[in-house]
Every structure is written in structure tokens, then in C-alpha cells.
Design a protein around this ligand. Structure first.
Ligand code: 3H9
Length: 690
């Protein structure tokens, strides 16, 4: 194994260089090696001071998150940080890149911090449901003041080098050789008067009143996110207790948070998103093709949004329509969306012009000839799409990736009409395409590894979260959503009101319930899909037939008087539901909130199990990533499959069986995979190990 810390002595200064790819996370082995280096520097009479430097893309990315939950191994991060703080010789951190979390805590325990121009310093623990747990909440306020430190912690975003120095978090930015500059700084400290350790600098905290005012602004977040409340309490402890007691206070809070299911869920999300980037069956090192120019077919809501994604990423894109009038309308639609951003102040006029300059409207599929990637976003009509793919096959150059944005149609059928099925796949964007982060990349039977790698790479360039899925009706996200929608309808017939159903999901953490969402999107959208696919939703159909299309008609599942954005319950809807229920022969009853929630969420988990069993998703974590990024599943609940694991699959299976018995709906019966794992006392996460 390569050396984790290389120690050398140059002109009386010890230099410990960390090398623990990919990100120098502070694993037990790295902590031990760095601890040894500190002790060695202390013991060596020829060493006057120590510099800690690192190789690779980060300085230190923090504690090794994969070790959380395992028994602590000595030296712990707290012990390492204490050794640095109490080191008999000055220690200077030479930070060339990101110093995050425990990485910044190590640096703050040093006597000084010298930065390279690309350094960034941050405490992102709150994003994992945690707080800095190795003295960070006690040292950052002593370096930069309590207000600035609290802001840094609760935002979780790093400060660039110059701002970090201005804030007092670091001492200098070195333009030339960073390690040489840090050595010179260390020699100066060894020769001159050594500054007090950060732990002893109580004078830097700033005004208590200003801190309390800042804390008060966070009251809303502190109520919902325990880590925010704990950050506030720990920074307050800097005013109220000596450093060592503050560190003990912080430690207790950290351990409490580490055990909190919300933090466990957020840590699961961190790894699931990174795992999803690895495409099963695509060998590492598969080279994506270069996409210099893109084309989007169709300039409706989806096509226009997708074209904007390319322009926003600086990629020239041609938006292709069937006639000049439609093309002009599409370009105007795009301009209008950018214009609204300029009005809101989220985009400058120059950025709008630069993006518009990358978008070219044109007519006829021939104008896709020079594109490296084509995304088809026309009507959901398989015959039409097949014609389009056959033409694209003829007019585009060899190697062009041909993608469909369909949300449920068969990509294999589109690939089959081309002479290059290896280049055909799905790129399913979510509405609004220029905003939503999820991108389902649909792997058809013959899609080549290069085409998949190209779509994933371009997805990341468009700032999306790509997840590879297989061909089936609705792919992963919409296929699971259909189960939820079906149960939501059933619950109305069985006795729940739209408001009760919506409240169950907003209480769970979704921003919106299914009926408020349908009202926003328009009931006609689902209605059209049902008509095309033979789907059934008697309540929603009756509403559409009564002219209630949602917010746009000021009435749908709710009433929207005078164009209100939040709906109010409508007795007419209750009456309509009762009528439909009796026509369907359903006897209505009172249903409690817990049952409503389980009837909505557990069938999704069940469908997720089928999706895994069929190989439509490669990993349970991929399903979670889909729901987190495409459907606003609350991150602190970790996604549907993590939620099921955390709750226990035997509970989930028992509840589903109960629902199947109670309703006679066999689709609610636990899927074979779910039943098997539940019987074995395992979770979906066990599937990762195979
Ligand atoms: C902490 O420090 C707590 C302390 O206060 C107290 C403790 C007592 N650990 O993101 P990437 C892996 S909490 C383990 O694709 P990038 C990652 O899984 C920590 N592994 O690269 C991936 O593995 P793989 C506070 C980690 O260049 C690989 O590295 N720190 C860690 O796009 C590459 O990751 C944070 O929250 C880690 N800490 O972005 C920072 N970090 O290749 C978390 C990364 O096998 N990390 N990995 O899939 C990040 O934000 C980004 O990874 C970073 C690099 C910006 C550093």
C-alpha cells in the first residue's frame, strides 16, 4: 500500500504530505499516520516546526463518512486534533484545495493556515445532518467571530481562499510554491513569538447580541433540522463555557446527531448519489463521445426546457420544429422563460443574450445532421416517434447519440427502426426540464456502453443527476408514481378527502400532496395519458368531464377563488366523489392519517422491489436518487427504499398484506423480492453486496 503520509525534513522544518486518494478522507489509517508524523516532528530535535500538506484533488475532505457507525479506532479525530493543538512546535497547514469538515478542523487546530489560490474552506456537516464534531464549532468562532462561524456552519458551503483569509479563518494566500511558503511561515513562527493556539483565543468571538440576533433568524430551520439547533447551541457554548467544556458539549451533540435517523438518511443519500454515477455493466474508463453540438426535436414545454439546459451549459443547440411558425413560437417560449429570470434578478441580461445566441430554431429533421446528440421531445405517439427515429438514422452522422425524452414509451421499439440500435437510448428529463435535477437515462436492449457513458457525461455537464434505468412502462420514477396515484384515487373512493390525502404526504415531508400537484399541472395531462394508454381514474376523469382542470380553470380537486395559488376544499368535489364511489360500488368509511400515508408510500416501495427484481434499476440506492431528485422526496428520509429499510421490511410486508386482504387489490400483495428479504430479516441495502 502506498504511504499515506510522507514525512521529510527540509531546512529544519518537517513536512508531512498526505496522500489518501481519492479525497484524503481521514480514515483510521490516515489519522494514525498523521498522528505519528506529529509525534515524530515533536520528538526530533532537528525539527523546529511542522507543515501539513496534501496531494490530490482535495486537501482533506473531512472525516471518512464510511467509517461512521463503526467502533471508534484510536487515534480518533478528536485525539489527532488535540495532538495538533498541544504540539510543542508550531504547525502550519498548507492547504492547496478543499479543506472540508474534519479537514478544516485539523487545519484549525494548527498554529496557522496558508492557502493556495484554489483552496476552499468549509464545514459542510449540516448537509449530512451533523455538525463539526472535532472542535470545529469551538475553533471557528474563535478565529472568525461567532456570527460568521455560525453562518459558515449552517450554510455548509465553503469559502474561497481570499474570503477565508479576509474572514480570519486562514492567515495568507500564497501565490507561488505553497509548501515553500508554508515552510517559510512555519520557520517564522518557530523563530519569533508563537501565537496562542486557537483554542485559547477567547477574545475573537465578537458580540453576543449580534450572535443571538443571527441565531434568532435561524429559528425556522432549527425547528425542523436538529443539526441547525445544535450548531447554534454549540456556538453559544463558546460564550458560556471554557473551551474544553465546549468541546465536550459539541461531542455529545455530534454523537446524538450521528445516531439520528435523519442523519443516517442524508449519509445514505451522499453515497447513493455517488454510486448512481457508476453505470452497471459499463466498464470503468469507457470513453464518452464528445458532444459539441446538440439538437432537440420539439419546442413545447419539455423541448424548450431541454434546449435551455444545453444553452445553460454552453453547448450550441438547434431546436427543430415541423414548420416556421412552431419554430418561432418555441424560440419565443425560451426567450420568455429567460426574460422572467432576468426580471426576477436570477440571470443577467448578458447571460440571457449569451444563452440565446447558442439556441438556433430550425425546421425539418435534416437540420439535425451535424448534431452529436439528438434529444427527441415530440408527442407521446410511438408510431410518430418510430418515423422520426428512422429519419434521424438516415440524416445524422455515424456515432450521433439518438435519445428520446419519452416518459413511458418503448425505447427498444424506437431503436429497432434504426440501423444503429447501439446509439439509441432514453434521456427522460423532468418538468420543468431547466430546473429539475433528475435525468433518467434509459438503457435499451442494444444501447452501447459508449452511448450510455455519453448520455451520463452530458447529463452531468447539464448539471443533472443521471440515473440509468431499464425499459418498462414509466421507467423507475413514473412507474412508482403510478402506484401512488392509483392508491390516492382509491383512498378518495374509500372515504378520504383530497385534503386528507395531501396532508398525509406534506406531513411526511413532501412539499406538495398529489392532488394539489395535479391541480397545478392540470388534470388534462393525466387524462390524456389515460385515454392513450387505457388507464383509469374515475374521480379525476369525472372532474375533467365537469370542466375542472385545476388551477388554470380555478377549480380542480380544490377551488382557487380569484386565481389563488393555494386551493380550498370544495363541497361540490366531496359530492362528486361520493357519487363516483357509489357508482363504483365502494362503501365509504373514515380512514386515519397513518393508513393514508402507508397506502400511498408502501405500494411505491413494493413497486420498487419489482423494479429491482426485473433489473430495471441496478441498485436500491438508484431508486432513492430518482425520487430525491425528480419528485422532491424529503432528503432526510433518504428515498423510498432507504425509508423501507429503516422501518424494517417485515413491517412493510405485513402492512401491505393487510391492505391486500382489506381491499382485495392483489397489486398490494408484497412483491416476491420484498417478501423474501422480509422473511430473511434483511433490507434492500443487503442487495448491494449481492
Ligand atoms: C466530518 O468531517 C465530521 C467531522 O466534523 C467530525 C468527525 C468526528 N468520506 O464527491 P466525489 C468519496 S463529516 C468518505 O465524487 P468530487 C466519495 O464517496 C464529513 N468518502 O468527488 C467518492 O467515492 P467513490 C464532512 C468520501 O471531486 C469519492 O470520494 N465532509 C468522502 O466531485 C469522490 O467523491 C464532507 O461532507 C468522505 N468525507 O467532490 C465532504 N468525501 O469514488 C464530502 C468523498 O468510491 N465530500 N468521498 O464513489 C464532498 O463534498 C465531495 O466528495 C468533494 C469532492 C467536494 C470533497
Amino acid at each position: 500500500m502506498a504511504e499515506l503520509v510522507r514525512f521529510e525534513v527540509v531546512d529544519g522544518i518537517g513536512v508531512a504530505t498526505l496522500s489518501n486518494p481519492p479525497v484524503n478522507a481521514l480514515s483510521a489509517a490516515l489519522r494514525a499516520a498523521l498522528f505519528d508524523a506529529v509525534k515524530r516532528a515533536e520528538a526530533d530535535a532537528s525539527v523546529r516546526a511542522l507543515v501539513i500538506a496534501a496531494e490530490g484533488r482535495t486537501f482533506i475532505a473531512g472525516a471518512d463518512i464510511s467509517e461512521f457507525g463503526k467502533p471508534p479506532a484510536s487515534p480518533t479525530l478528536a485525539e489527532l486534533v488535540a495532538a495538533l493543538d498541544g504540539c510543542a512546535k508550531p504547525v502550519v497547514a498548507a492547504i492547496h484545495a478543499a479543506a472540508l469538515g474534519g479537514g478544516l478542523e485539523v487545519a484549525m487546530a494548527c498554529t496557522a493556515r496558508v492557502l493556495g489560490p484554489k483552496a476552499s474552506l468549509g464545514l459542510p456537516e449540516v448537509k449530512l445532518g451533523l455538525l463539526p464534531g472535532s472542535g470545529g464549532t469551538q475553533r471557528a468562532p474563535r478565529l472568525m467571530g461567532a456570527v460568521a462561524a455560525l453562518k459558515l456552519m449552517v450554510a455548509g458551503d465553503p469559502l474561497p481562499a481570499k474570503a477565508a483569509v479576509e474572514a480570519g479563518l486562514a492567515d495568507a494566500v500564497a501565490e507561488g510554491d505553497l509548501v515553500a511558503a508554508a515552510r517559510a511561515h512555519a520557520a517564522g513562527l518557530a523563530d519569533g513569538k508563537r501565537s496562542k493556539p486557537v483554542s485559547a483565543r477567547d477574545e475573537g468571538l465578537g458580540s453576543r447580541e449580534e450572535f443571538e440576533a443571527e441565531a434568532a433568524k435561524l429559528a425556522g430551520r432549527a425547528k425542523d433540522e436538529p443539526q441547525i439547533a445544535d450548531c447554534i447551541a454549540c456556538v453559544r457554548a463558546c460564550f458560556d463555557m471554557p473551551f474544553v467544556d465546549g468541546v465536550a458539549f459539541e461531542r455529545a451533540a455530534f454523537l446524538r446527531l450521528l445516531d439520528d435517523p435523519r442523519s443516517k438518511a442524508l449519509r445514505h443519500v451522499f453515497f447513493a448519489e455517488r454510486e448512481a454515477a457508476k453505470i452497471a455493466g459499463v466498464p470503468a474508463g469507457t470513453k464518452p463521445r464528445e458532444v459539441k453540438r446538440a439538437a432537440v426535436l420539439g419546442s413545447g414545454t419539455m423541448g424548450a426546457g431541454i434546449a435551455m439546459c444545453f444553452a445553460n451549459a454552453g453547448i450550441p443547440v438547434r431546436v427543430i420544429e415541423t414548420d416556421a411558425a412552431a419554430s418561432a413560437r418555441g424560440i419565443e417560449r425560451i426567450r420568455g422563460t429567460y426574460e422572467a429570470s432576468v426580471k426576477r434578478g436570477s440571470l443577467t441580461g448578458e447571460a440571457r443574450d449569451a444563452r440565446m445566441a447558442l439556441i438556433e430554431g430550425s425546421v425539418g429533421l435534416e437540420s439535425a445532421a451535424d448534431a452529436d446528440l439528438v434529444v427527441e421531445a415530440i408527442f407521446e405517439d410511438l408510431d410518430l416517434k418510430k418515423q422520426v427515429f428512422a429519419t434521424l438514422d438516415r440524416v445524422t452522422k455515424p456515432g450521433t447519440v439518438l435519445a428520446s425524452n419519452t416518459s413511458y414509451l418503448d425505447i427498444d421499439a424506437m431503436a429497432a427502426v434504426t440501423s444503429r440500435p447501439g446509439d439509441v437510448l432514453g434521456m427522460h428529463f423532468f418538468s420543468p426540464a431547466n430546473v429539475m435535477k433528475l435525468l433518467e437515462i434509459v438503457r435499451a436492449r442494444h444501447t452501447s456502453p459508449e452511448a450510455l457513458a455519453t448520455a451520463a457525461e452530458i447529463g452531468r455537464k447539464l448539471k443533472k443527476v443521471p440515473v440509468v434505468v431499464g425499459v418498462c412502462f414509466g421507467f423507475v420514477g413514473n412507474r412508482m408514481l403510478a402506484q401512488r396515484s392509483r392508491q390516492a384515487e382509491r383512498l378518495l373512493l374509500e372515504g378520504a378527502s383530497p385534503a386528507q390525502v395531501d396532508a398525509a404526504l406534506t406531513g411526511f415531508g413532501f412539499k406538495m400532496g398529489p392532488f394539489a400537484m395535479t391541480d397545478l399541472a392540470g388534470l388534462d395531462i393525466g387524462w390524456r395519458v389515460r385515454k392513450a394508454t387505457g388507464g383509469r381514474a374515475p374521480v379525476a376523469d369525472a372532474l375533467v368531464e365537469a370542466g375542472r382542470l385545476g388551477q388554470k380553470t380555478q377549480k380542480g380537486f380544490y377551488l382557487y377563488p380569484q386565481g389563488a395559488r393555494t386551493g380550498v376544499a370544495d363541497p361540490d368535489v366531496d359530492a362528486l366523489i361520493e357519487k363516483v364511489a357509489s357508482a363504483e360500488g365502494v362503501t365509504r368509511r373514515a380512514i386515519d392519517g397513518d393508513e393514508i400515508l402507508d397506502r400511498l408510500v408502501l405500494p411505491m416501495v413494493n413497486e420498487g422491489a419489482r423494479i429491482l427484481e426485473e433489473g430495471i434499476a441496478a441498485r436500491p440506492g438508484d431508486i432513492d436518487v430518482v425520487w430525491l431528485n425528480g419528485y422532491n422526496w424529503p432528503a432526510w428520509r433518504g428515498g423510498p427504499m432507504h425509508y423501507a429499510d429503516a422501518r424494517g421490511l417485515s413491517d412493510i410486508a405485513a402492512r401491505l398484506s393487510q391492505f391486500a386482504d382489506q381491499t382485495g387489490d392483489e397489486s398490494l400483495r408484497p412483491a416476491p423480492l420484498l417478501a423474501r428479504l422480509a422473511a430473511e430479516g434483511k433490507g434492500f441495502a443487503s442487495l448491494k453486496a449481492g
